[in-house]
Design a protein around this ligand. Structure first.
Ligand code: FES
Length: 161
């Protein structure tokens, strides 16, 4: 494992609770988000259909993608209903009020990502429209886990910040 490379991405307290913002530590597209007083960083592209997670929000311990309401645990990035789907996470630390992120990916599952490149720039398809990319067809979800169907989410989100 390579030595951490820390990049300053924001000041502590700059983000409101529940806020998500795009960051670019070392040129890696990522999101920084705040859950209570904890900060986390994860890949920016949603592994479902490639939506930009910088448009997401934090709710009840999850980073939520607003396109189909997939929910990822704030600390591990694991999908709430499909443990075989997870975000790449990045280490975060705070030093002298500055939030630092190491863009070395850390996984808490064996990832299933139809894009193959979780660090691709989601701005390439700002609509996040799955029909724009046949490989991103949600019905072709490689997890083959019916519980991963976002329409089956028993806790639909309704409280973006
Ligand atoms: S693109 Fe994120 S949940 Fe579908």
């Amino acid at each position: 494992m390579s030595a951490p490379r820390w990049f300053a991405v924001a000041r502590a307290g700059e983000l409101a609770r529940g806020e998500v913002r795009a960051i670019d530590p070392g040129g890696v597209p990522a999101v920084l988000y705040r859950d209570g007083d904890r900060y986390f960083a994860a890949q920016r592209r949603c592994p479902h259909a490639g939506f930009d997670l910088a448009e997401g929000f934090v709710s009840r311990g999850a980073l939520v993608c607003p396109l189909h309401s997939w929910r990822f645990a704030v600390d591990t990035g694991i999908h709430e209903l499909s443990p075989g789907v997870c975000l790449a996470m990045f280490a975060v630390r705070i030093e002298a009020d500055v939030i630092l992120v190491d863009p070395t990916p850390r996984r808490h599952c064996t990832p299933i990502d139809p894009f193959g490149d979780p660090f691709g720039d989601p701005s390439g398809d700002p609509s996040g429209d799955p029909s724009a990319d046949p490989s991103a067809d949600p019905s072709a979800d490689p997890s083959a886990d019916p519980s991963a169907d976002p329409s089956a989410d028993p806790l639909p989100e309704g409280d973006p910040p």
